[in-house]
Design a protein around this ligand. Structure first.
Ligand SMILES: Cc1ncc(COP(=O)(O)O)c(C=O)c1O
Length: 416
């Protein structure tokens, strides 16, 4: 983008927030689009602490939104209304935030990466704020810098893409379970890819060590640990853009604010953005926020239940982006205080949810569709009346699912 930004910029579409309708109603397809068999949430876990809904925090900075909307190619992602799912779940309106195409990539991750990489460059080059792409590109032409990260797929591809667009190098560490196709997708963005003999956690450690040894390298990791929190904080600020879009899209269609927001969870950085967004406003009643993890990697649910940050052993799962064993240390305090519900889902349920969304016209991979699988566990099946009352969800509630990736996202070649 840096190299090409002047001549080609004029061809990108800029969208005015006020003039464009972002919300669409999918042809309902009634229940025909949705699998008929009721979900059996065998051995999924459930956590609820309704008092967390009343926890309040100060509003996170909204400056990332202005930066993102000025990027060439920026468009808000759609918010689809799916009446067939609303009727299946017994709620008033069901909206799906569709992140299958975000800044040219099939997952939401570029939002965090752009904002964090912009700050990394600005700090190195001594740029003043507010940040602009032109100033960043002028600065990178004078910098020798490699952006480094570990990834299960989507984050690494986004970092590789953004580094290339800024005219920087990228070095991406992937766990050994990463498929050759996923590694290729990252390498095709121009990055160096190193496979680590071990899990996501070991890949994070190796990326950190590689950076520590190189003054011309900077770690842009989407999880935090004590002593490494500034960059992940920027990533979380970047994710908030999709929530600002949801606010505007709901307003645009005359829809009430959500009563329940459902978010897929890996290390919890996206959920931290969701908690920060909804717990910093005066919405009455405040929405319930439900985090959904794979049954194979329930680090947030286990930590919430224990009321302390826990690492869990992880298994294999088709929800590749959610396969994380340790919560982000930065996300944990917000989630502990402000996340009022969490559940786990099995691979089969995520696969089914992705297929149902596909039939209703929304592209979603298993990690993104975990939101639908999770809300089904919460609002249907045995014990649902109790869970609905814990979430304060009724037949007129507005539910927003964050479908965080499309079926083409990195790693979904293993999902079948
Ligand atoms: C598609 C998708 N959804 C959700 C998440 C979860 O985000 P976090 O790790 O911040 O909880 C990820 C993480 O990589 C992801 O790739």
């Amino acid at each position: 983008m840096c190299a090409a930004h002047s001549p080609s910029k004029q061809f990108y579409l800029r969208v005015s927030r006020t003039k464009t309708s972002w919300t669409a109603r999918r042809p309902s397809g009634t229940v025909t689009g949705v699998s008929a068999a009721p979900l059996r949430p065998a051995a999924t876990q459930w956590y609820a602490r309704p008092s967390a809904r009343n926890w309040r925090c100060s509003a996170p900075p909204a400056t990332a939104f202005d930066f993102h909307t000025a990027l060439p190619g920026y468009l808000p992602t759609p918010l689809w209304e799916l009446p067939a799912l609303a009727s299946e779940l017994g709620v008033g309106r069901l909206m799906v935030k569709d992140e299958s195409s975000r800044l040219g990539l099939p997952a939401f991750k570029a939002l965090g990466v752009w904002w964090a990489a912009a700050h990394v460059v600005a700090d190195r080059a001594g740029l003043t704020r507010p940040l602009t792409l032109d100033a960043l590109c002028a600065a990178t032409s004078r910098l020798s810098l490699t952006l480094v990260t570990a990834t299960a797929g989507n984050h690494g591809r986004a970092l590789a893409r953004v580094a290339a667009q800024l005219g920087l190098r990228a070095h991406i560490f992937v766990p050994e379970a990463t498929s050759p196709a996923a590694a290729m997708a990252i390498a095709s963005e121009g990055a160096t890819v190193t496979t680590v003999a071990g899990s996501y956690r070991e890949a994070v450690e190796q990326a950190g060590r590689a950076c520590a040894a190189r003054p011309d390298a900077e770690l842009v990791q989407d999880t935090a640990w004590p002593g490494y929190e500034a960059v992940p904080a920027r990533i979380v600020e970047g994710y908030a853009t999709l929530l600002h879009e949801v606010d505007a899209q709901l307003l645009d269609t005359g829809c009430r604010p959500p009563g329940l927001v459902v978010v897929p969870v890996g290390v919890g950085s996206l959920a931290q953005a969701v908690v920060g967004h909804y717990r910093s406003r005066k919405a009455k009643p405040p929405p319930a926020i439900l985090g959904v993890e794979p049954a194979a990697a329930p680090c947030i649910l286990e930590s919430l239940t224990a009321r302390e940050l826990r690492t869990v052993p992880t298994g294999s799962t088709n929800m590749v982006g959610l396969n994380c064993g340790t919560p982000s240390s930065l996300a944990w305090p917000s989630l502990c205080a402000g996340l009022d519900a969490a559940t786990t889902v099995h691979d089969q349920a995520a696969t089914r949810a992705a297929a149902d969304l596909e039939r209703l016209g929304v592209s979603s991979g298993p990690s993104g569709a975990a939101a639908l699988a999770g809300v089904r566990c919460a609002l249907t099946g045995r014990g649902n009346a109790h869970r609905r009352s814990q979430l304060d969800v009724g037949s007129d509630s507005v539910v927003v699912l964050l479908s965080t990736e499309g079926s083409a996202a990195v790693g979904n070649d293993l999902a079948a």
